[in-house]
Design a protein around this ligand. Structure first.
Ligand SMILES: *[C@@H]1O[C@H](CO)[C@@H](O)[C@H](O)[C@H]1NC(C)=O
Ligand SMILES: *[C@@H]1O[C@H](CO)[C@@H](O)[C@H](O)[C@H]1NC(C)=O
Ligand SMILES: *[C@@H]1O[C@H](CO)[C@@H](O)[C@H](O)[C@H]1NC(C)=O
Length: 191
């Protein structure tokens, strides 16, 4: 009787395993994002300094000011810092900005890559250095992309009130505008 029960249990187990086999493995819980702040960064006239990946234009944009507003940080952007950026109009993986016909091809997409350092001074008197890096997302890298620039950001400050910023993992979305760009920034939170 005991043997019968064991065989029965094993049979039940094996059919259970077979039924489970086609299912995908369990997925870990997804981290969430906690909004930090939005920052407008104004740029002065750029200095073109060469060519980057995919024949894009490499230019250094001086940062001339701006402001950060949000639940975690409110600050002004000081008139120091720069963005060592790349930009262009991509078609077939190459910059065609100087080609009148190709740049008007509906398949052409704008490209911007950011590599910036700038300095915040919070309304309560703390200095926070911000470094951002990233580039325009593609339909392959982000199926929901609408040409937004995805950035990762790091912060450096000696202020006790803001030192937690030194330790976070931060991501954001950058959108260019007439003055420069605006970046919305979040930190990752463990589920
Ligand atoms: C940035 O500038 C835009 C356009 O002027 C404005 O709508 C937005 O509120 C500004 N954001 C911040 C954080 O200052
Ligand atoms: C893009 O590449 C494809 C395949 O290589 C080619 O057929 C097409 O002519 C190219 N388009 C342009 C505008 O260069
Ligand atoms: C845009 O790309 C699609 C898919 O590769 C292609 O079929 C189409 O001809 C392209 N359009 C132009 C104007 O090059």
């Amino acid at each position: 009787m005991k043997l019968f029960c064991t065989l029965f249990a094993l049979a039940g187990l094996s059919s259970h395993v077979q039924a489970q086999a086609p299912a995908s493995p369990p997925q870990p819980a997804t981290p969430s994002l906690d909004f930090l702040f939005s920052v407008n960064v104004s740029m002065g006239l750029s200095l073109k300094v060469g060519t980057g990946v995919m024949k894009t234009t490499r230019a250094v944009f001086p940062i001339s000011g701006g402001q950060a507003v949000g639940p975690k940080v409110s600050a002004k952007v000081l008139e120091v810092g720069a963005d060592w950026a790349l930009y262009g109009t991509l078609l077939n993986g190459t910059n065609v900005a100087d080609d009148d016909v190709a740049s008007k091809n509906p398949n052409a997409t704008t490209f911007f890559a950011t590599d910036a350092r700038f300095q915040l001074l919070t309304l309560d008197g703390a200095y926070i250095m911000v470094e951002t890096k990233g580039q325009t997302a593609t339909p392959e890298s982000d199926p929901k992309s609408t040409g937004a620039v995805h950035v990762r950001a790091t912060f450096s400050t000696v202020s006790k009130a803001y030192s937690w910023l030194n330790d976070i993992l931060s991501v954001g979305i950058l959108r260019t505008n007439n003055d420069g760009y605006e970046i919305d920034l979040w930190r990752m939170v463990t589920p």
